[in-house]
Design a protein around this ligand. Sequence first.
Ligand SMILES: C[S@@+](CC[C@H](N)C(=O)[O-])C[C@H]1O[C@@H](n2cnc3c(N)ncnc32)[C@H](O)[C@@H]1O
Length: 285
Amino acid sequence: MTYQQLINYGKKLAKSHNVEVEGIKILVLEMSGLNGAEFLLNIHSEVDRALEEIIKKGIEEYVSGKPVQHIVGYTYFYGYKMVVNGDVLIPRPETEELIGYVLAYYDEMFDGKKVDVVDVGTGSGNIAVALACEESNMKVWASDISFEALETAKVNAENNQANVTFYQGNMLDPFIEKGLKFDILVSNPPYIPDDEYVEPLVLDNEPNIALFGGNKGMKFYQEIFENAKKVLKDKAIMAFEHSHKTRLEMLELANTYFPEANSFVIKDLNGKDRFLIVLIGEEND
Ligand SMILES: C[S@@+](CC[C@H](N)C(=O)[O-])C[C@H]1O[C@@H](n2cnc3c(N)ncnc32)[C@H](O)[C@@H]1O
C-alpha cells in the first residue's frame, strides 16, 4: 500500500466506527517518521511492509477510541515536542494562547527583567516548559498533586532543555511551605464541573484528576485565590485558563481577593471566554 492508500483505508475504517476521520492523516503522517514535506513528496510511494503493519495497528487503536497523541506518544505544544501518556492531560490548543498572553503581559509589566514564575497543576509540564524555553528571564517552578504526571513533566523539561523546578503537592502548598514568592502565577487547573458530560475519548483516556474541578468547576480557582497573596510579590501577574461558562465567577473571585487589580477576561480563538488575567500593582515600579 502507499501512504495515500493507507489514509483512505484508515478514513473508511474511522467512518464505519463513527470516529473523527481527520485524525487518520495526522496519525499516518506521525507514524511514517517523515516530516510534512517528505510525507507529501512520498504520499504515493509504496510503504515498507513492516511499517505498513505498524501503521495499520495504530489505525485500529485509533478507531477503537485511543487518542492519536497516545498512539504516537507525543504532541506539540507551542512548537515544543511533549511526551504524553495516560498520566497527563493532552495539552490543548487554547492553552497555547495562554502562553502568548503571559509573554505579552510579562513584556508590558516586567519588560526584560528577571522574574520568578509558578505553574500550578503542571500536568505534562507544557506551560512551565514553554515559558522557560521562550523567555530566558523567567525562572520557573511548577507543582502537581500527581507523582506520575510530574515524572512525565520532568522528561519534557529535560528533552526541551528547560530549567524547571518541580514539586509534588496540593496547589500552592509546596511554595507556601518553602516561603517562595512569584512575579507570575499561571494555572490551567481541572475545571470541568463534576456533573458535566465528558466524551468517552477524553473520559476514558485522560486522568480524572486532571479534568474535574468540583461544583461549577471553580474549586481550584477558589483555593488559589484564597492563598495567592502568600506566594505573590506586590507587583504580579496571574493568568488562568477557565471554562467558557465561568466568566462572571472568575471576575468575581479576582475582584473579591484583588479589588485594586486590573482584572479582565479574554476570549479564545473560538470566541469563547477563556482566560482571566489579573494585573496586580501595575503602576508600582
Ligand atoms: C487541566 S490539567 C492541566 C495540565 C497542564 N497544565 C495543561 O495545561 O495542559 C490540571 C492538572 O492539575 C493537577 N491537579 C489536580 N488536582 C491538583 C491539586 N490538588 N494540586 C495540584 N495539582 C492538581 C492534575 O494532576 C493535572 O495535571
